[in-house]
Design a protein. Structure first.
Length: 334
């Protein structure tokens, strides 16, 4: 065979050729059994999946330490806070002003339409006066008075009589009271009666009597009279001769609506008396009126005090009468 023939041709003693021949022979034969096992192991090992490594839990990222704020930023925040506070305060002040203005306007509107709750619906003022062309203005002076020895105060009889009252005297006989009534609502008020409410009585001063005036006109200024000696009787209307006709008002008398003042004159008398029996009345006027469907009362005084009127006299010759410069002695009076 082939392998035997080659050995016979090669000379002996050349081992390298033999070695080479063996190597070539081994290479021709192929891998040995050991190498096949290694390859098998390698294949088997390659076919097995490598075990996956367990994932370690991720550590939380470390937060960087905050850097300190610069001074200018802190100052800016502080200024912004102060500005915000000032803005809120300003808004509060503005809101208060708006509320006050609204309330003021509301009250102004209310006062034009209707008075606020609890406020008077009608107001009253009064004036005491005499018409010396038709009336006697008589004053009972305090004891010891000697006004007849002095000239008229500033040449005016009424000022002189008022001074006598201020120094302890009292008006007597009659007076006129002018009522000024003002309706504060839109609903007219209708007067139904006027009466005197006597608060108290006291003795009259015991000094001299002084008077001015006297009936000289053709008619009285007012024909509505009220007699304090008959306090249960309301004001009455008189005719031209002074005779009572009917209770006042005999016709419908209204107080105008919404702020227009109405004027009413009432002549108040106290009767006559002499000596210690004469008294002075302290009184207020009780005005009854209706407004809508309500009956109401209004009490009228003079500057917060009752009116005062004493009884008069029958014989005018008992009193000093005023003239152009002073007083006429009793007995000369007409």
């Amino acid at each position: 065979m082939t392998e035997t023939t080659s050995e016979q041709q090669d000379p002996a003693g050349e081992p390298e050729s033999v070695v080479g021949t063996e190597s070539e022979s081994e290479s021709d034969v192929g891998p040995t059994e050991h190498e096949e096992q290694d390859d098998a192991v390698a294949v088997d090992t390659a076919d097995e999946p490598e075990p996956e490594a367990e994932a370690e839990p991720a550590a939380p990222p470390e937060e960087p330490e905050p850097e300190p704020e610069p001074e200018d930023q802190r100052l800016g925040k502080r200024l912004r806070g102060q500005l915000r506070t000032l803005a809120l305060a300003g808004a509060g002040v503005a809101l208060s002003a708006v509320v006050a203005a609204v309330v003021s306007a509301y009250l102004d509107i209310w006062s034009v339409s209707e008075p606020p709750p609890g406020a008077p619906r009608i107001t009253a003022a009064s004036e005491v006066w005499w018409d010396l062309l038709n009336d006697h203005h008589l004053v009972r002076a305090a004891p010891g008075s000697t006004y007849e020895k002095e000239p008229l105060l500033m040449g005016d009889a009424q000022d002189s009589l008022a001074q006598i009252v201020t120094e302890g005297g009292v008006d007597a006989g009659m007076m006129r009271i002018r009522l000024i009534l003002t309706n504060l609502t839109r609903t007219p008020a209708t007067i139904t009666s006027v009466r005197a409410r006597i608060e108290r009585t006291h003795p009259v001063p015991a000094g001299p009597l002084y008077y001015c005036g006297g009936p000289q006109g053709s008619a009285d200024v007012s024909r509505v009279t009220l007699d304090l000696s008959l306090p249960q009787q309301p004001a009455m209307e008189q005719d031209a001769q002074g005779q009572p006709q009917a209770q006042y008002p005999s016709t419908k008398v209204q107080v105008a609506a919404q702020g227009d003042p109405a004027y009413f004159d009432v002549a108040v008398g106290a009767g006559t008396a002499t000596g210690p029996a004469a008294v002075a009345y302290e009184f207020v006027l009780d005005i009854a009126y209706t407004q809508g469907n309500r009956q109401q009362h209004l009490l009228v005084d003079t500057a917060g005090r009752p009116f005062v009127l004493a009884q008069g006299i029958e014989n005018w010759t008992q009193a000093f009468r005023c003239n152009a410069t002073g007083w006429s002695t009793p007995g000369q009076a007409g």
